[in-house]
Design a protein around this ligand. Structure first.
Ligand SMILES: [Ca+2]
Ligand SMILES: [Ca+2]
Ligand SMILES: [Ca+2]
Length: 141
């Protein structure tokens, strides 16, 4: 890790301590609870659950594209060019195809994403795996 990468990593970690408003790119770092530089499966699962709860604004147990858009807007991070829209992100893991995500659909989707991102299959995501995998996951096919 270069010094500047380490610095931004540490900055993100301290931003997390300051508040829940996180940019997409900082999510991997935010999930790294024990600060060992790796995201374990359980850290990833907890992070995904917290993300889901944060997006489910009306607390009806499911997340719609509108809610996901609102969550992104609240973080000041609308979808970037070339990135999937909220509707597309939902469609990718919406197993019953009703256009919204339940907590189960979201957790199953994030688990399979974790497996795909863990390219060396050691059960944790390094910063490199996270960055590469996340960029790929968010890009339009
Ligand atoms: Ca909802
Ligand atoms: Ca669904
Ligand atoms: Ca790994």
């Amino acid at each position: 890790m270069t010094r500047s990468a380490l610095t931004s990593w540490l900055t993100a970690a301290s931003l997390l301590a300051a508040g829940p408003a996180l940019a997409d790119d900082d999510k991997g770092k935010a999930m790294d609870r024990n600060d060992d530089g790796m995201v374990s499966a359980s850290e990833h699962e907890n992070g995904a659950k917290a993300m889901f709860d944060g997006m489910d604004r009306n607390k009806d147990g499911s997340v719609t594209a509108t809610e996901m858009d609102a969550a992104h807007a609240a973080r000041g991070k609308p979808a970037r060019a070339g990135e999937m829209s909220s509707a597309e992100k939902i469609r990718a893991i919406d197993s019953d195809g009703d256009g919204k995500l339940t907590a189960n659909e979201h957790s199953a989707g994030s688990k399979s994403r974790f497996t795909r991102m863990d390219t060396d299959r050691d059960g944790t995501l390094s910063q490199v795996e996270w960055t590469a995998g996340h960029d790929k996951a968010m890009r339009k096919p």
